[in-house]
Design a protein around this ligand. Structure first.
Ligand code: MOS
Length: 701
């Protein structure tokens, strides 16, 4: 097993595994790539939503007189006159259906006008009357609303217990019992949520350009809400400027855009201003963690308890599954992993990159570091000592698990020297930290089609969504590989709900799910071509694939990707400022299909983890009941000057129990554990444990 390094040898015949640059790179940098709000059908109008300005209560009146008197205003939709929607599983999409206000920022009207500026002015001129009720947006220990849900996200049981973790903890010679806090966080993709909807009343057809992570689900939901047959709805998403989970389910903007085009008989774009996003497209819910670890003096874990408290909204139960990685990571019989949630008057949380694992592994991997301190043991060795032979919670064998190899490889590359005192350079304290990463392997059924043309070119159609990850490129590589042709013989068409159904770009499952269908369609086409004699007919030859049978088969293995992060930080004893000097990750995520785009996924995740550790924070203001940080001036994501040399490496992992390409998914594991490695480095540097993120100067000093 050796680390893979990217080479620049892009051998066309062996496309898979080579660092092919993004196929749409030129379109993006030259501005010819069109995003949802940039579609410009004739007579296009614009919608601007009106957010509620109370945190709990109801609307008593909406006065649209002044708004409708403004020039170019076409309509103002209110809870009293908006179209009645059909059913949806997601109550956050039941917009303008009643007068209740479940949280500040909930949409209570939509202004539509000829121009974007006109719509915005009209929205500001809408007068809304409210009856406010008391609100509560503060999650805390002992909150009377806390309850144990039936399930947490991902369909995992909320509570798991093995043996007697309390007795084992009480009897453990070495113990840590620690609490951590992760604040709400926001995805803040570069492209804010936007949709352009065009209802053709004559044809009875709805066309929607949506900035989303998957068009199949958007089509299904819109068809249900607007009571249309699915074949009367087409959703397109050729280019998407990031999502990180916030676009993995349909969002209010697309429902409002469709309401408006149906009402006004013109195409309508709803492009949300960034200031709206915090309240209406989801957030990573805050989590309060208590972790108890018991060990023998040699480092063998004897007890593990991870208890998570989190919030959801009054609209929808959404429970961040942050204790779940404790069921995967370490060999310990006596364990409890459990979640409780309180429904508060807050915006509805949702998916954000590696939901569950990201906050959960921050807490667990920080606690492991504290245990290593208590034992006087190298934290790498502590993890190696407790590496399990089978998945602890289920007892199933791993399809592959190379966490120890990631730790060893990372330690060598980083120059890890174990448990050593901090260095000092003038006012700077310098320390290093390590943490592990894990993320499950998900896969979902998908369909794809492949066509061979008489001129020797190929068209491959799959309703994948490239949210900036490089999916388009990697899927083209998979196709070329399966067809045995050069990459430039393949054209890939994606982002269109008229193609066979596919899952979203989420759960790090995109490439595996879509790629499997592409692989199968191309393999079937190759077989057809092999049996075909003579020149191809003008229409060419086609083959399609549907992986419903193969992708749904559950192998008897626990399937997870693993990784290890190493961080070196400096803490300024004068200003309290922490800066990351080095960040290095080694991942075991199956076969790496494109080293260039894979590296970007890994380092992108690591940088997001850096932001989580040091700067990112969305605070719920108890008085106003809203997020205080609502734009990128207040919500601090890392910028270039914050990001040092970040290195991502990987183990060449061959796992036969995944999918035909052998990949485990790489979109999310990069963020998992990164914040813990940085936090552990800060503790090593300063000699103090800080257990509340982010590690801002006021906390560090
Ligand atoms: Mo990802 S948070 O599953 O889009």
């Amino acid at each position: 097993m050796s680390p893979t390094t990217a080479t620049l040898d892009t051998a066309a015949q062996a496309s898979l595994g080579t660092p092919v640059p993004r196929l749409e790179a030129r379109d993006k940098v030259t501005g010819t790539a069109r995003y949802a709000a940039e579609q410009n059908p004739p007579r296009r109008a614009y919608g601007w939503p009106v957010p509620a300005t109370i945190a709990h209560g109801r609307v008593t009146a909406v006065d649209t007189t002044a708004a409708l008197a403004l020039p170019g205003v076409l309509a103002v939709l209110t809870p009293y006159d908006a179209p009645r929607l059909g059913p949806s599983d997601d109550p956050t999409l039941q917009l303008l259906q009643d007068t209740r206000v479940p949280h500040r920022g909930w949409y209570v009207a939509l202004a539509v006008a000829d121009t974007l500026e006109g719509a915005r002015a009209a929205a500001e001129a809408v007068r809304v009357g409210y009856e406010a009720e008391p609100h509560d947006v503060t999650l805390r220990e002992g909150h009377p609303g806390l309850y144990t849900p039936e399930e947490v996200n991902g369909g995992y049981p909320a509570h798991r217990e093995h043996g007697d973790p309390d007795a084992a903890f009480a009897a453990a010679p070495v113990r840590v019992d620690v609490r951590y806090s992760v604040p709400p966080l926001h995805n803040h993709a570069m492209e804010p949520h936007a949709a352009t909807a065009d209802w053709d009343a004559g044809r009875g057809h709805l066309t929607v350009y949506d900035s989303c992570q998957g068009t199949t689900v958007v089509r299904t939901v819109l068809a249900g809400l607007f009571r249309l047959p699915e074949d009367r709805v087409t959703v397109l998403a050729e280019h998407v400027g990031g999502g990180f989970g916030s676009k993995s389910t349909p969002r209010p903007h697309v429902v409002l855009a469709v309401m408006a085009t149906r009402r006004c008989g013109r195409p309508v774009t709803v492009a949300l201003p960034r200031q709206h996003l915090a309240a209406c497209v989801g957030h990573r819910a805050p989590t309060l963690h208590r972790v108890r670890l018991g060990a023998r003096p040699d480092g063998t874990l004897t007890s593990l308890t991870h208890e998570v408290l989190t919030h959801t909204s009054r609209v929808r139960e959404f429970v961040e599954q942050a204790a779940v990685p404790g069921r995967v990571m370490y060999a310990v019989r006596d364990s409890r992993t459990t979640h409780r949630v309180a429904a508060l008057d807050v915006p509805t949380p949702s998916w954000m990159r590696a939901p569950g694992e990201t906050p959960g592994m921050y807490a667990l991997e920080s606690a492991m570091d504290e245990l290593a301190d208590a034992l006087g043991m190298d934290p790498v060795e502590l993890r190696v000592r407790n590496d399990p032979a089978t998945e602890p919670d289920s007892g199933r064998p791993f399809s592959s698990r190379h966490l120890v190899e990631c730790l060893r490889e990372g330690a060598t590359r980083f120059g890890w020297t174990g448990h050593r005192p901090p260095l000092r350079e003038g006012p700077l304290l310098i320390g290093s930290g390590v943490a592990a990463a894990t993320y499950p392997v998900y896969i979902a059924p998908a369909g794809a089609r492949a066509h061979a043309r008489p001129d020797g070119s190929y068209l491959v159609e799959v309703n994948a969504t490239d949210i900036g990850t490089g999916a388009r490129t990697v899927l083209s590589q998979i196709a070329a590989d399966a067809l045995g042709v050069p990459l430039d013989a393949v054209t890939l068409s994606l982002g269109n709900s008229a193609l066979p159904p596919t899952p979203v770009a989420g759960g790090s499952a995109g490439t595996a799910s879509w790629g499997w269908a592409v692989h199968d369609a191309c393999t079937a086409l190759t077989d057809r071509l092999a049996r075909h004699h003579g020149p191809l007919p003008d229409a060419g030859l086609s083959a399609s694939a549907d992986t419903t049978q193969s992708a749904k088969q559950k192998p008897p293995y626990a399937r997870h990707a693993f990784g290890a992060h190493f961080a070196e930080v400096q803490a300024d004893t004068v200003t309290g400022e922490v800066r990351v000097r080095r960040l290095l990750g080694v991942f075991a995520a199956g076969r790496i299909l494109n080293p260039r785009t894979a590296r970007s996924q890994f380092i992108g995740g690591m940088v997001m983890g850096l932001g989580m550790a040091l700067t990112e924070h969305s605070g719920l203001d108890p008085a106003f009941g809203d997020f205080a940080e609502r734009d990128l001036a207040a919500y601090h994501v890392p910028v270039n000057a914050d990001v040092p040399a970040v290195e991502a490496h990987w183990i060449d992992e061959h796992d036969k129990h995944l999918n035909p390409m052998g990949g485990k998914g790489i979109g999310e594991i990069g963020i998992v554990g990164a914040a813990a490695a940085i936090g552990n480095a800060v503790s090593r540097a300063t000699g103090r444990r800080l257990r509340e993120l982010p590690l801002t100067p006021d906390r560090v000093l």
